[in-house]
Design a protein around this ligand. Structure first.
Ligand SMILES: [Zn+2]
Length: 89
């Protein structure tokens, strides 16, 4: 089973099921795992990486919320779901 560690707290983020050809694809239990790419202006322009961050750190670090790919028609004035969620540690 593939797992990544949160870049902030190092908590394990295991895959829900798999394996996939690219091990960063799929669904993850308790966090986000995805590919990121450095753009123009970065010293590592063009390089791509996999990043993993757990749900708790997304909220604690107040990552900028830009939408929900499962919900259509939301406006920027609507309150994101996770803003109402209390996470117990
Ligand atoms: Zn974390």
């Amino acid at each position: 089973m593939t797992k990544y560690q949160c870049v902030v707290c190092e908590k394990d983020i295991p895959e829900v099921h798999g394996p996939f050809e690219k091990d960063w694809e799929g669904m993850w239990n308790g966090g986000i795992v995805d590919k990121i790419a450095a753009g123009y202006g970065s010293k590592i322009d063009g390089d791509m990486f996999v990043i993993a961050i757990c749900d708790e750190c997304v909220i604690e670090k107040n990552l900028k919320w830009v939408g929900n790919y499962m919900e259509r028609g939301m406006t920027k004035f609507e309150i994101p779901k996770f803003a109402k969620t209390k996470i117990t540690k």
